[in-house]
Design a protein around this ligand. Sequence first.
Ligand code: HEC
Ligand code: HEC
Length: 414
Amino acid sequence: MSKSLNLFLPAIGGTALMLGGAYGFTSRDYAEQKIESLEIQVEQSTASAADAVANARAAEAEIEVLAAERDELQVIAAAGGGLTQPAPVAEAVYGLGREALPEEIAAWDVDILPDGRGLPVGSGDVWTGEEIFVEQCAACHGDFAEGSGNWPVLAGGFGTLSDEDPVKTIGSYWPYLSTSWDYINRSMPFGNAGTLSADDTYAIVAYILYSNDLIDDDFVLSNETFMDVELPNAGGFVLDDRADTEYTVWRAEPCMTGCKEGVEITMHASVVDVTPETEEEAAAEEAAVVTEPAVEGAAVETEAAVDPALIEAGQSAFRQCSACHEVGENASNRTGPELNGLLGRSIGSIDGFRYSSVMSDAGEAGDTWTAEALDAFLTDPRGVMSGTKMAFRGVRNPEDIAAIIAYIQSVGSE
Ligand code: HEC
Ligand code: HEC
């Protein structure tokens, strides 16, 4: 079996497998219907060919394809086969592939249906199951299938399905035992899927049933006893018939009389400013609030002079940078280096960030970021530092630069 098969099959689950079964069953009808509809299409195409000489060629080509498809389907239908069987004439038409070997089909045909179809011959008892479970599953699912840490719980949870936080386990929730067998056999142990033998799987499933108090400890689960077990929630899944049963009852013409005359908008949320747009902004807003008393105390002389409106403008202009840069508490390197303590910082000096040589060379030569240097760089990054990795066109509006610098200083002055 290929890797992708292992990944794919566990993902589709019981419903898809049941659909798969239904498909095989009805595919013969489907083939006949398809023939009919293809025949109609052939007729229509013939008519249009007669009508328009210009279209005749294309239509004829289409007829050929459709007719070939029809012939093919007729052969399949005549052979009594479903569409899932290899198409005998496919080779003649496309010249591709070969018939699948019986063992190849068998390798794919591994699904187990709720009625037990597909179960391999085999058996396992509760105590053998316990041994395997403790060895191979308990690390994640707990010794008694009670779950460990955040890994799934496989036992218990009875009577919790209508709780706010239901515990869905094989015992409390799963409708069919076949799903447990199939899922465990194909996808567990996690990270080592496909290693369990049929007997191992019977034994493990028996142990899980025992852990759920659903069988006695002397029960031997096998392909023969499998259908003796019915899971408690088997009746808990129903077809969604609300479209017929509920909507018709509750749906009525909406009342459109006595409505309010007009609607007047009194305030916009953005004006009230109740919703900070990003986490960073929220953090910045908090930081701004915190720095205000500091201004009064004159603890931070440089900031004391900075206009809060400028910082605010800088905060919104910084959005053009925030795709690549972080600034403020917990800022880390992203596509670009973090920008804390930028003014006065040696150029290209953040540890762990891989700068272009133009930037690290400038730092090594002793250059630091001054307001003037930043102004020039941010106006035209690649013009000023040819070879920089900063893929950014530059700040369009010159007034934004001072604001951005003020903002970086306010939240990222360390
Ligand atoms: C390394 C941890 C790990 C081990 C070992 C492991 N499992 Fe799991 N198991 C998981 C994880 C993770 C999931 C959830 C997978 C998912 O949702 O895709 C899971 C899901 C399951 C489920 C479905 C639970 C549900 O309610 O959806 C069953 C049944 C199960 N495991 C049985 C077993 C059995 C039996 C073994 C031993 C043969 C085993 N697991 C070993 C981690 C593990
Ligand atoms: C598309 C991503 C990107 C955008 C957008 C971006 N930068 Fe950069 N920035 C970088 C990269 C990458 C570097 C490293 C450049 C190098 O090594 O040449 C960098 C470097 C810098 C440096 C030098 C830092 C140091 O440690 O020496 C500053 C300052 C800077 N950017 C500021 C800004 C500002 C301010 C803005 C917004 C106006 C901005 N950047 C927009 C990716 C970006």
